[in-house]
Design a binder for this molecule. Structure first.
Ligand code: HEM
Ligand SMILES: [Cu+2]
Length: 660
């Protein structure tokens, strides 16, 4: 008996085999109660849940960063001793990468992709819920090591062996690292399959590939990177878990194994991982910069192809993280060269964004400030990246604060600032009200000045020879000044985040007394802005017909005989309305949640006592069966009317999507 979740399409979506065993899990009929959120399969709600959780972990990862910076603020710091310091920077790195930037990008992907391609939901709505619940279970499991694992993982975020073995890392922290990342990997893989199927199959009629918005394109490339990168790290994590829990010898040099195997496997995943972090924000920049430049994106196809090129070339550079690991001059030369090449498609994008702004009527609203700021910070990070690609130079830079500076200009500068800009841009679409512009600008400047005060001086500290991952330094090294500046910067970033949260709270409170921003407050270009805000549960009244790139913009504007842009319709006139009374929506389900809850239990069982894994296994397997038996559309999660009085209409144009 298998779980059959066919992509949403014409006719009944799934077989109905049996009814609900447990009354308590009777599915709600749509609303905003806790049972609705726990059983939702609505891509928008799932997106919002990813977003809220990612912001929570931004605070967790940020607090860990403040602890690090407090310890390093002065020579001979007394805030953290050596091993707790190892734990804090390891968990900081893991939290920021896997529990903040990746899920926040997933939040926007889940919310926006179906809207940008003209679909009512993703291809597999319940599978989508499953990926969220597995992700949040993995995040809680990973952080529970602070409570039950004897402290955080302490091996660094790339956890090199033999340092990660039980000899050098005797607490359970690294066990939680291995199993936690395995669980998170399953969530990303499930989501990747779902989003790839959605973009390929669910595009509205007329939405051919070169009419797909760049954000959706970049998310598609990102999902393929996940699809191919995660199996590599999964193998490595199984090796690590088996070495630690079951005494295998995959990385033990004493028994003839080679610890470098872990480095190769980690970075074959790890370098594509940095593109998994940055490609989504490239997509965000490509939506925001044209909107606020009042011009179409310059070189749309170049931007798309350079993203695809980065997706491919990102597989051929991993060993630039291992220039000093003894891989030999030929490999070093080859990977040095391939790393330099990857700067080319990245540079193409930056030039295209600049060309888009060139001659435009630029409106520096908060989303635009964040995007332009993020592109600038990314460029600084990119340039220091090129200096690393020169192997002789990297020999001095590797494992110093110069490297820490580099990846924070990319991960925070492009990643965090880019995603925060996206929050300001799509907030009115998601929540129906704008965030306060003045507070938004205060947030932007504090975050940007703060990050340059924090990570700028780290370039100098690195060139002065300050190694990363040292818990303290003596006053004789001359590191005190720039470390103090970096710590002031870190607290400035923290203040900027407080301003953001205050803005969220104040804007929600003030919204009822402010004019409704309407569906298209930024006069934007893609389909989601055609829909009312917040986006209605069923998305589109009718599946839209697509006639070109920037479909929504072209429904509002045209060109006069002289080629000047002229308005041809108001938002109300341009918005496609229709009869939504009989829209068939995917039905809520509690089983994805139950399947997910079983996984951390299995994890605890593997670490502490295998008996503990039994209830976990039963929960996961049992829920998978119940899921298979659950009628897909009972209760009839309908938008108006019920199933009986009509044939389920086509949900999207997938089946009718002829490449035009
Ligand atoms: C919020 C502001 C942030 C501050 C102040 C900060 C500060 C730091 C510092 C000082 C270190 C070096 C610790 C050491 O080597 O001893 C570090 C490491 C790291 N940070 Fe951040 N960081 C911030 C945000 C981020 C973000 C947004 C990301 C990624 C998305 C990130 C990812 C990492 C990673 C991967 C490491 C390496 C950890 C390791 O060595 O294992 N950080 N951070
Ligand atoms: Cu790399």
């Amino acid at each position: 008996m298998a779980i059959v979740e066919k992509p949403l399409s014409i006719g009944t979506s799934e077989p109905v085999l049996a009814d609900r065993p447990l009354g308590v899990l009777t599915r709600p009929k749509g609303g905003n109660g806790w049972r609705d959120w726990l059983s939702t399969v609505d891509h928008k709600k799932i997106g919002i849940m990813y977003g809220v959780a990612a912001m929570f972990f931004f605070v967790v990862g940020g607090s860990e960063a403040l602890l690090i910076r407090s310890q390093l603020a002065v020579p001979n710091g007394q805030v953290l001793s050596a091993d707790p310091y190892n734990q804090v920077y390891t968990m900081h790195g893991l939290t920021m990468v896997f529990l903040f930037v990746m899920p926040l990008a997933a939040a926007f992907a889940n919310y926006l992709i179906p809207l940008q391609i003209g679909a009512r939901d993703v291809a597999f709505p319940r599978l989508n819920a499953l990926s969220f619940w597995i992700w949040i279970s993995g995040a809680i499991f990973l952080n529970s090591t602070w409570l039950v694992g004897g402290g955080g993982a302490d091996c660094g975020w790339f956890c090199y062996s033999p340092n990660s073995g039980v000899v050098f890392s005797p607490s359970h922290g690294v066990d939680f690292y291995a199993i936690g990342l395995l669980i998170l990997g399953i969530a990303s893989l499930v989501s990747a399959v779902n989003l790839i199927t959605t973009v390929i199959n669910m595009r509205a009629p007329g939405m051919s590939w070169f009419r797909v918005p760049v954000f959706t394109w970049m998310m598609l490339v990102t999902q393929f990177l996940l699809l191919f990168a995660l199996p590599v790290i999964t193998v490595a994590l199984f090796f690590l878990m088996f070495d630690r829990l079951f005494g295998s010898q995959f990385f033990n040099p004493d028994t003839g194994a080679d610890p470098l195997l872990w480095q190769h496997l980690f970075w074959i995943f790890g370098h594509p991982e940095v593109y998994i972090v940055v490609l989504p924000v490239f997509g965000i920049f490509s939506e925001i910069i044209p909107t606020f430049s009042r011009k179409p994106l310059f070189g749309y196809s170049f931007v798309v192809f350079s993203g695809i090129a980065i997706g491919f070339m990102g597989w051929g550079v991993w060993a630039h993280h291992m220039f000093v690991s003894g891989i030999g001059p030929v490999s070093v030369a080859a990977f040095s060269l391939s790393t330099m090449f990857i700067a080319v498609p990245t540079g193409v994008k930056i030039l295209n964004w600049i060309a888009t702004m060139w001659g435009g009527k630029i409106w520096f609203a908060t989303p635009m400030l964040f995007s332009v700021g993020a592109v600038t910070m990314f460029t600084i990070g990119g340039v220091s990246g090129v200096t690393h690609s020169l192997a002789p130079v990297d020999t001095q830079q590797t494992d110093t604060y110069y490297i820490v500076a580099h990846f924070h200009y990319v991960m925070f500068g492009a990643g965090a600032l880019g995603l925060l800009g996206a929050c300001y841009f799509w907030w009115p679409k998601i929540f129906g009200h704008m965030l306060n512009e003045r507070l938004g600008k205060v947030h932007f400047w504090l975050a940007t000045i703060g990050m340059n005060l924090t990570f700028g001086p780290m370039h100098i500290l690195g060139l002065q020879g300050m190694s990363r991952r040292i818990d303290t330094y003596s006053s004789g090294f001359g590191f005190a000044l720039w470390n103090a500046v970096a710590t002031i910067g870190a607290f400035t970033i923290a203040t900027s985040l407080l301003v953001f949260f205050y803005n969220i709270w104040k804007s929600k409170k003030d919204a009822p007394n402010l004019p409704d921003p309407g569906p298209d407050p930024w006069d934007a270009r893609s389909l989601e802005w055609m829909l009312p805000s917040p986006t209605p549960e069923h998305n589109f009244d009718e599946v839209p017909e697509i006639n070109g790139l920037d479909e929504w913009w072209h429904r509002k504007y045209g060109y006069d005989d002289d080629g000047n842009v002229v308005r041809i319709a108001t938002v109300e006139e341009a918005a496609q309305k229709g009869d939504a009374t009989n829209v068939h929506l995917p039905s809520p389900s509690f089983w994805p949640l139950v399947v997910a809850i079983g996984m951390p239990l299995i994890g605890y069982g593997l670490i502490f006592n295998l008996w503990l894994a039994v209830p976990g296994g039963l929960a996961t397997a049992g829920a998978l069966f119940a899921w298979a038996l659950e009628p897909a559309d009972d209760p009839d999660a309908h938008h108006g009317g019920s199933h009986d009085d009509h044939e389920a209409p086509a949900l999207t144009g997938a089946d009718t999507n002829e490449e035009s």
